[in-house]
Design a protein. Structure first.
Length: 370
């Protein structure tokens, strides 16, 4: 009964905080302003992450204090590190500090959790050597934090991907008999309260403080020790659950290296931009990604019941599906861009999917002209 009370409390607090934050943002002009790179209309309040984090922390601390079976000291590292990520991302949101400052803070936070036991210990049959475990887990957490930050470019997208992932993690931990499942459901409830106001057309954005905090929690919570089946397939499970932001980030890094641009430079070639270029509406793009994410989450839960080997096979199939999906969207979008950039109708008619790639500069010029 106590569990449901604190999950409900998290939802209620989030719903209460959001309109208050919207009013504060409007009073002090704390908006995410329109620009050529961004796709939203109007100036939208951008500090919704505050409501998510406050609701989560109040409810989680209350749960940990009142539940005798759980020792709050076990969760101090992840709560402290998550708070550091949130606070400094909030400051960066307000003061537009250099990306280097953000990276240094992330390194500190990630160090706190990895050196307190939050790390991968095995991948399938391979039990990781200690040094490999630390380095691999460190890179994983850092990468996922920034992947969720990058995917937050469409109303409801980051929230939808986060809540489905966290609910799935909660189900897995509950099946494994771990109390981390409750923590996941409390966080999911806080995100749900935010999504009420972030669903298109959005009344508020979560900002870097929210997306980085969620990325950190999603990357870190699963690294806590669980049962044998979950430990065996944990890495593959997390790759599948975070496939949209992680694959999109890998594609973005490759794109920028190919075009000799800074890795942190923004562009309009993320997955949601490509879907919009393929004539999806913002809502339809969101619905497609959310639907596929639910299928991925279902495959993860099914894999748990199938055990180690069969579960691993299901996860491999899910990964193959995601690679195919990203490839289809990429090449179809490239063909559309080439047709848009063609000088004559005859030239456009001759274009095939596997022709020379179009640069992002041309793509952006076309968008500005339109």
């Amino acid at each position: 009964m106590t569990t449901y009370i604190f999950i409900g409390l998290s939802l209620v607090l989030s719903l209460i905080f959001m309109p208050i934050i919207i009013k504060i943002c409007k009073k002090f002009n704390l908006y995410d302003y329109q620009s050529v790179r961004k796709i939203h209309s109007g100036n939208i309040p951008r500090l919704g992450g505050i409501g998510i984090v406050f609701a989560f922390f109040i409810s989680t601390v209350g749960y940990l204090i009142t539940t005798k079976e759980v020792h709050i000291t076990n969760y101090i590292p992840i709560l402290l590190a998550g708070l550091i990520i949130f606070v400094f991302a909030f400051v960066v949101d307000l003061l537009n500090l250099p990306a280097l400052v953000k990276l240094i803070v992330q390194l500190i936070a990630v160090s706190i959790v990895t050196f307190n036991g939050y790390r991968f210990t095995q991948i399938g049959l391979w039990h990781l050597p200690t040094i490999v475990s630390y380095v691999f887990s460190f890179g994983w957490i850092l990468g996922v934090i920034n992947a969720y930050n990058l995917i937050d470019g469409l109303d409801g997208l980051c929230g939808s991907l986060s809540i489905t992932t966290i609910i799935t993690m909660g189900i897995l931990y509950t099946l494994a008999g771990n109390y981390e499942g409750v923590i996941c459901f409390i966080l999911a409830a806080a995100i749900l309260g935010f999504l009420v106001y972030n669903w298109p057309p959005a009344k508020i954005f979560m900002g870097d403080n929210g997306s980085q905090f969620l990325g950190f929690m999603i990357a870190t919570i699963p690294l806590y020790t669980s049962d044998e089946v979950l430990e065996y397939n944990k890495f593959m499970i997390m790759i599948i659950l975070t496939a949209f932001p992680v694959f999109d980030t890998i594609a973005a890094i490759w794109r920028r290296l190919r075009d000799k641009k800074p890795i942190m430079s923004p562009d309009r070639s993320h997955l949601h931009h490509k879907l919009l270029n393929l004539n999806y509406t913002k809502k339809n793009a969101l619905y497609l990604i959310a639907f596929l994410q639910v299928l991925l989450c279902a495959s993860v839960v099914i894999s748990y019941f199938l055990g180690k080997a069969k579960g691993f096979a299901i996860l491999l199939e899910s990964m193959a599906f995601m690679i195919m999906f990203f490839s289809i969207i990429h090449y179809t979008n490239r063909k559309v861009l080439m047709i848009q950039n063609a000088k004559t109708p005859e030239e456009a008619a001759k274009i095939k999917i596997l022709d020379d790639p179009v640069t992002e500069e041309n793509s952006e010029k076309e968008e500005i002209k339109d």
